[in-house]
Design a protein around this ligand. Structure first.
Ligand code: NDP
Length: 312
């Protein structure tokens, strides 16, 4: 069985940054790219908040650069999906594509999180053309425009408030008659003159010629007074939660109720010696490329120290 010193699972900013550091520390890292090579940024258009790019950079280009930088220091990048993990003892065993199992002395889990979508056909049709699941990433393109945010939790409220700082009008579509978000977030949303909360509303579809121009909504779906109408809007933001890609690791590492891997304090340590978690799979709060990259760096430094301390 192949034996790897530093195995990195996932190829977003966390995975590639871990690879850059691990490569420069001579750990001969191997990165498995996973379902979405390059991660969530490959489905973003322009990234304007990653330090070092004063003019911004296209998401796929940024990820391409990170991959090249990782390869420059000897990272081997493979295209396969982790389908099984056995973290019961070292060396840890990870199976890819239900087919090949490798052994690893250290494992960096950087499998990311996937934004949830409603499942409407139009979300795919208008992907990158007005549909987004990240206000911090894409909000800037909606200055003085009208946007719709879907969701009633803390993320939706946070995104609505952020977007209200840029857009001229924000509709918050909430499927229940109340917000699930914390009291303070609810108050901020309800007090914001630019945000109009539409309770008991669901989105049914989108319309527009060359991008989103509006949303088909239904009010009080399934009730006798059910009502269908259209809202004119330039952007459609999903904020109905994220699903961390931690399933195969959850029998071994601690996760919260949503599935985010719980690490020790500020570190990427999972509690299993030599197994670290970096990026969105362990971050329910920030979910930014730069915070993911930073945690990937920490994970590689931890892996290097672990290998040295254990003479591996
Ligand atoms: P949540 O699961 O808390 O909320 C998801 C929201 O989306 C709910 O209002 C839910 O509605 C709605 N929703 C889910 N599916 C659909 C659907 N198909 N159609 C319409 N609406 C839907 O996720 P969040 O991402 O908001 O938060 C995740 C965790 O992170 C929470 O614990 C939250 O407190 C935390 N967080 C904290 C922040 C902070 O403290 N500043 C900021 C952001 C997140 P319903 O209520 O009907 O189920």
């Amino acid at each position: 069985m192949e034996h790897i010193r530093c195995l990195i699972i996932g190829s977003g900013p966390a995975g590639y940054t871990a690879a850059i550091y691990a490569g420069r520390a001579n750990l001969s890292p191997v990165v498995y790219e996973g379902i979405q090579p390059g991660g969530q940024l490959t489905i973003t258009t322009e990234v304007e908040n990653f330090p070092g790019y004063p003019e911004g950079i296209a998401g796929p280009e940024l990820m391409d650069d990170l991959r090249k930088q990782a390869e420059r220091f000897g990272t081997e990048i493979r295209n396969a999906i982790a389908t099984k993990a056995d973290l019961s003892k070292r060396p840890y065993k990870i199976t890819f594509d239900d087919d090949t199992t490798v052994e690893a002395e250290t494992v960096i889990i950087a499998t990311g999180a996937t934004a949830k979508y409603l499942g409407l056909e139009d979300e795919k049709k208008y992907a990158g053309m007005g549909v987004s699941a990240c206000a911090t990433c894409d909000g800037f393109f909606y200055r003085k425009k009208t946007v719709v945010v879907v969701g009633g939790g803390d993320t939706a409220c946070e995104e609505a408030i952020y977007l209200a700082g840029l857009a001229s009008k924000v509709y918050l579509l909430v499927r229940k008659p109340y917000l699930r978000a914390s009291k303070i977030m609810q108050e901020r949303v309800l007090e914001n003159p630019k945000i109009e909360v539409l309770f008991e509303h669901n989105a049914e579809g989108l319309f527009g010629e060359n991008g989103v121009e509006g949303v088909h909504v239904v009010k009080r779906k399934g009730e006798t007074d059910e009502e269908h109408y259209d809202i004119t809007a330039d952007g459609f933001f999903l904020a109905i939660g994220h699903k961390p890609n931690s399933e195969i690791f959850s029998p071994w590492v601690k996760t919260d109720e949503t599935g985010y891997i719980i690490t020790e304090g500020d570190s990427p340590r999972t509690g299993i010696p030599g197994v670290f978690a970096a990026g969105d799979v362990a971050d329910p709060h920030y979910r930014q490329a730069i915070t993911a990259a930073a945690s990937g760096c920490k994970a590689a430094i931890e892996a290097e120290r672990y290998l040295v301390e254990n003479k591996l």
